[in-house]
Write a protein that binds this ligand. Sequence first.
Ligand code: ZN
Length: 262
Amino acid sequence: MLYALGRWQNGETQIAFSDASPILTELLRDFGPQRKSYHPEFPFWHLQSDGVWRLDTELSTRPRGSVLKRELIENNSTGSLTSDVLAALDADPTLAGEIAHRVLEGHFPQSLHSDILDRVGLNADLVISRRKKRDPKFRDHVLTAYEYRCAVCGFDLRLGNVTVGLEAAHIKWHQAAGPDTTDNGLALCSIHHKIFDLGVFTLSTEREMVVSDQANGSDGLESVLLRFHGQPIRPAQKPEWLPDARFIEWHRREVFKGSARS
Ligand SMILES: [Zn+2]
């Protein structure tokens, strides 16, 4: 849906599967749970059942319930938002931002929103201004639990008395029904928060930092990640505030990319 909106915003209403396929594959790989293989044909096909998308090409070879990637390519399939959706988007200049906001808020942590918008070519200004604030108590409780320091690297910069670049991260995402409880939170600096949500690292059940074998780089890799790999994170002040194993397992299964380095 976000990709279709991005294309619409660029004046393109008819989308060829052959164009969308590599981009949808990247989006699924980078922002979705890790899979053995990725299926761009699923969103391209199944968005039809939401009543907002239609295939312009008739595929008569299979029942409506399933489709093969090969069939979409061989038939030069194209799809588009339905005509009533397109008319509504044209009539109301704020609608695309509203839809994008709801999709992002419903499925992805805020730290990833601007990355996803960039990747689908949607104008971020339209969407970012609509953010609503979360429960401020979660932030206060989590930062207090970790004494206003990043649980990984200890970052605790202040400008005067104001904490800078320190955030309360959900281990199990809010969008996946993760609770706003301290045992589902970690105080992380902005960089560790972002890469935790992207699955560059996760935690072991013993609460050690585990870096993905897919992460690579030079200076940043060593200073931001590898020197903490295998080390226990900074503990919360009270045992009951420590990250709960259920939430860590969810993060390892649904967010972490690649597998653990040795
Ligand atoms: Zn940090």
